[in-house]
Design a protein. Structure first.
Length: 69
């Protein structure tokens, strides 16, 4: 996976089919967007992941010198 954004979930929107969360971008991670490749086996459908429950399974496989194109 290519890291594209990191957000803190601030609100659940009660949406059934669509984006269910609002969040605040954690700007300190911006320099890594498009540069960090993460190895992770995803075995679920959800697009939002609680990082605390998955951190031990995320492996940074590469940090690119420039943004991936």
């Amino acid at each position: 996976y290519l890291l594209t954004t990191v957000k803190l979930v601030t609100e659940e929107l009660s949406v059934i089919h669509g984006i269910n969360y609002a969040g605040k971008e954690l700007k300190r991670y911006r320099p890594l967007y498009g540069r960090v490749l993460i190895k992770y086996h995803k075995d679920f459908q959800a697009s939002v992941v609680n990082a605390e429950s998955k951190l031990e399974k995320l492996v940074v496989s590469q940090v690119l010198p420039d943004v991936y194109k």
